[in-house]
Design a binder for this molecule. Sequence first.
Ligand code: HEC
Length: 154
Amino acid sequence: MALKALAVAAIGVAMSLAVGIDSAKAADKLVALKVVDETSIPKSLTGNAGDAKNGRKLAIHRKKGNCLACHKMPIPDQQFHGTIGPDLAGVGSRYSAAELRLRLVNPKVVNEDTIMPSFYRNTGYTAVLKKFKGKTVVAAQDVEDMVAYLMTLK
Ligand code: HEC
């Protein structure tokens, strides 16, 4: 148990490092977003539809989504799937796009104890380096692209 907690903490640190460095580039002007009923964000962050193909790339990218660090995904050509979070196979049937959007933007709204990173939240980090303040992990359109990809996982 202690070992698992340690492993999780180590991944957290590795993630924030990998993610922090990249976020400097990924930062775009923060868009306003509206969380509804603490369960979903119905409106696209950018007003544009997501590109599922690009979303798949971002999700497996080790410095962008890096979802495989914690999740198993139906992508057999990728090695080393994580086991900390649930398997993402079929996630597009279990959730709506609006629910998935909130999960990516800020999963702490759904579960405040989650270790899943907030990919588009700019406040509330406990130890954020000054130069990354106000920066998000990925850009708003990146969130939309990943939501579009997750919706293909039926
Ligand atoms: C540091 C580990 C970690 C990373 C990285 C991570 N997640 Fe998660 N994720 C979790 C955990 C743990 C849960 C379980 C629910 C919770 O903690 O609230 C979860 C839950 C989810 C859920 C809900 C799944 C379900 O069946 O209920 C989705 C969807 C999801 N993650 C998508 C993603 C995507 C997409 C990425 C990459 C962009 C990602 N996660 C990156 C840890 C992670």
